[in-house]
Design a protein around this ligand. Structure first.
Ligand code: B12
Length: 283
């Protein structure tokens, strides 16, 4: 027979940590708990699972998360997003981090592939648009929670402005990018998608130690606005601050140049390398 549920205080005692730490495990999605009549309760089974995952993480501290487990998280996350199970999706991310994955790994190896698969399945007519909306709405919330963990301590290296042009509706990609750049020590201002060229200019003029402006393009519907945005930025900001173009809809450097960009990079790693290159030049 299953032993009775525990309160958070009892769980904290067993874990050898204070109440607030246990509460944080719950809000982070690492420890499963349910609210019963205003009090959090943890089942014996979930507490034991959590204790063994902590022990496993200690043993694996120096190992990279293995591909098989990452693959399982990808499958589980896609299932949770397709079922509209936000709490379950957070648990999947929490479990992967408990097993040693960094926020960067979770974003690039779990979240991004899952979102791409969802996009392909929608385009192939396997899932309807409601599922895609539901999945992205959940992921926007969870990436927000993940980015709270993406605070890099130490001196900021400079500021970076990012956004999508007018008409662009892909916000999640910008949140992910913002999180990844912050982890590298950049101070990121994310204007979100559907940003008019004038707003890019106003923000850029106010920013301190602005190093670069990134324009993210996920939808090919945005191309006419990309051209406008880049030309306004070139006119108002000049050549002092480089404007870089990227995102899933930009095929290659030639395509980027045709849209009026001076700089182009592939993926978040390309963006990061570009920023590092600027720092090296100015050093
Ligand atoms: C979620 C989603 C939506 C959501 C967005 C919600 C939100 N809050 O973000 C909603 C439902 C609104 C939506 C709408 C549409 N979508 Co949509 N969407 C997606 C989906 C499933 C995921 C997007 C995502 O977040 N991906 C994860 C990101 C992080 O991956 P990534 O784009 O590869 O980003 C990396 C790099 O590109 C790079 N990067 C990104 N930006 C930048 C910028 C710079 C400067 C640099 C250097 C690098 C860089 O770094 C990132 C991290 O590594 C994609 C599928 C896919 N393949 O991505 C389709 C997808 C992008 N959508 C698509 C389409 C067609 C549409 C619609 C036209 C559908 C419609 N008919 O209404 C509209 C477009 C509206 C518009 N004008 O923007 C197509 C785009 C095809 C194309 N190239 O035009 C895709 C690819 C689906 C498909 N397989 O057909 N979509």
């Amino acid at each position: 027979m299953e032993s009775p549920d525990l309160t958070l205080r009892e769980a904290a005692e067993e874990l050898g940590v204070v109440y607030m730490t246990t509460f944080r495990y719950v809000t982070n999605g690492q420890l499963l708990a349910t609210k019963v009549g205003g009090t959090w309760r943890v089942t014996r089974h979930d507490l034991d699972e959590f204790i063994s995952s902590v022990a496993e993480r200690k043993n694996r501290r120096h190992e990279l998360p293995d591909a098989r487990r990452t693959g399982n998280y990808v499958v589980e996350l896609e299932r949770c997003l397709s079922n509209g199970d936000s709490a379950g999706a957070w648990m999947v991310l929490g479990r992967s981090m408990n097993s040693g994955a960094s926020v960067e790994h979770v974003l690039l190896e779990i979240v991004v592939p899952v979102m791409r698969t969802i996009g392909t399945r929608w385009a192939d007519g396997e899932i309807d648009i409601a599922i895609e909306h539901q999945a992205s709405a959940i992921m926007v919330k969870l990436v927000g929670r993940l980015s709270e963990r993406a605070v890099r301590v130490g001196r900021h290296r400079g500021s970076v402005l990012i956004g999508g042009p007018t008409g662009e509706r892909h916000a999640l990609v910008l949140s992910i990018l913002s999180c990844l750049l912050s982890l590298q020590g950049w101070d990121v201002l994310d204007l979100g998608p559907d940003t008019p060229a004038s707003a890019f200019v106003h923000a850029a003029q106010r920013m301190d130690r602005l190093v670069a402006i990134g324009v993210s393009v996920t939808s090919s519907e945005s191309f006419p606005e990309v051209v406008k945005t880049l030309s306004v930025l070139r006119e108002k900001i000049g050549q002092d601050v480089p404007v870089i173009l990227g995102g899933g809809a930009i095929r290659d450097a030639e395509h980027a140049h045709k849209l009026g960009a001076d700089y182009f990079a592939v993926g978040s790693s390309g963006f990061i390398d570009f920023l590092d290159g600027l720092r090296r030049k100015s050093a």
